[in-house]
Design a protein around this ligand. Structure first.
Ligand code: NAD
Length: 418
């Protein structure tokens, strides 16, 4: 499908083809499982604050509708394209299936730089996007959530726009919204918290004492900052953090609570006192026990995979490692990979809890949320580790094969209409 052509989409397809070969999925079944069911491209005109009008391209891809509504984040970033969004939607499908959630995958995005838009402009853009998507979304159709460049406030504007259109309040149209309007306790922290939980399990698996480990984190947004703080709570020493504007390193450990305050004020980790400057390229090859890419796709490539010096690669971002890098990592058994579809699944798991709570108008305590989150992650981790060991597969192929197989089985049992 030419319309999706993009390096990240090719990467998702390459991974799918490897797993389809392993699972011996017949050729005639593959395209039905692989390609997105629906995709929308919209032109979003908004009034800029200076009185001019600007049009932004917006996208939404719904990968499959076999197991329930589609579910996935909304990304605001200048490089967003239909192909990137389609790849992210595909990964969401495997992630939801491998954790047993009743969803297909989806993803959306607007090609814009949210840092260069005022709050009013962001609100107008978000409302316009939601308005354009109304025929294609709904609590039983497609449910959005925050991703790179979007947050709770963006979700609140989406929920308000949809509700005004419906004529009544519809909290279940988005997840990751503020708690006061039907968000779930523990949703904002869910992805990073899940990352740290799984890293702790991985340290057990490979015989590392987490309280003696060091960690480096790329990206200090929602996922990276919570992952760093949660790792520190498990006793790991976070020695380096980078973001889109630079980075910092202190081999004695960074004071993360001070760093959070610094970022709230300065919008970047760069320049944080009591630390050396560090680039993203340097962070990825820094000697450390736990490396957490928590920013963008395709960061670990053929060029640096041989130079990475960690014991656990915890993929908090979606698609941070290219298939070419995977080939190199396969030759490096000293590195234990927690693949993205497992590692960052905490976000969609608690989004699912939020959706369930909204549909029932019955809300859970944070303890209940975290307990249920860890149970689902534990089951998925154990299943993937077992498949990986029994079938001699990498953790990535084991995770993807569990997810893809479930989607294949669901499609088979439902049959093909008409
Ligand atoms: P965010 O916008 O809150 O934070 C992104 C961080 O990455 C920021 O610190 C930003 O400065 C940094 N960054 C951006 N471009 C960079 C670059 N080129 N190099 C280094 N750093 C860069 O986004 P987020 O919600 O934390 O998402 C981060 C990643 O996690 C994405 O891949 C996203 O798809 C994935 N993810 C997010 C969630 C979620 O619940 N938010 C769930 C699952 C996966």
């Amino acid at each position: 499908m030419q319309i999706y052509d993009h390096p990240t989409f090719r990467m998702a397809c390459q991974q799918f083809d490897l797993v389809a070969d392993h699972l011996q999925i017949p050729e005639f079944e593959r395209a039905r499982i692989k390609f997105p069911k629906r995709s929308m491209t919209v032109a979003l005109p908004i009034h800029r604050d200076d009185g001019t009008t600007q049009v932004f391209p917006g996208y939404r891809v719904q990968h499959h509708l076999t197991l329930g509504p589609t579910k996935g984040g909304l990304r605001y970033h200048p490089d967003v394209t239909l192909g990137e969004v389609a790849a992210l939607a595909m990964w969401m499908s495997w992630k939801c299936a491998l954790t047993g959630l009743p969803y297909g995958g989806a993803k959306g995005g607007i090609a814009c730089d949210p840092g260069k838009l005022s709050r009013d402009e962001l609100e107008r853009l978000t409302r316009r996007y939601t308005q354009e998507m109304i025929p294609f979304i709904g609590p039983q159709v497609d449910v959005m959530a925050p991703d790179l460049g979007t947050d709770e406030q963006v979700m609140a504007w989406m929920m308000d726009t949809y509700s005004v259109h419906a004529g009544y309040t519809v909290p279940s149209i988005v997840t990751g919204k503020p708690v006061i309007i039907g968000g779930s306790l523990g949703r904002r922290e869910a992805t990073g918290r899940g990352v740290a939980y799984l890293v702790n399990r991985a340290t057990d698996t490979i015989g590392l004492d987490i309280s003696k480990t060091t960690a480096a984190v790329q990206g200090f947004g929602n996922v990276g900052s919570v992952a760093a703080l949660s790792l520190a709570r498990y006793g790991s020493k976070v020695i380096a953090v980078t973001d889109a504007f630079g980075g910092v390193h202190n081999s004695n450990g960074l004071n993360l609570w001070e760093l959070e305050k610094y970022v709230a004020k300065n919008k970047t980790v760069a320049g944080f006192p009591d630390a050396e400057p560090l680039t993203n390229e340097q962070l990825l090859v820094l000697p450390c026990d736990i490396l957490v890419p928590a920013a963008m796709e395709r960061q670990i490539t053929e060029a640096n995979a041989g130079k990475i010096q960690c014991r656990i690669l915890a993929e908090a971002a979606n698609g941070p490692t290219t298939p070419e890098a995977d080939v190199i990592l396969d030759q490096r058994p000293e590195i234990f990979v927690l693949p993205d579809v497992l590692c960052n699944a905490g976000g969609v798991i608690v989004s699912y809890f939020e959706w369930v709570q909204d549909l029932q108008s019955f809300f859970w305590s944070e303890t209940e949320v975290v307990d249920k989150l860890f149970r689902i992650l534990e089951t998925a981790y154990t299943q993937i580790l077992t498949v990986s060991r029994k079938q001699k597969l990498t953790m990535r192929l084991a995770a993807l094969s569990l997810g893809i197989k479930r989607v294949q089985e669901a499609k088979r049992v439902r049959g093909l209409f008409p």
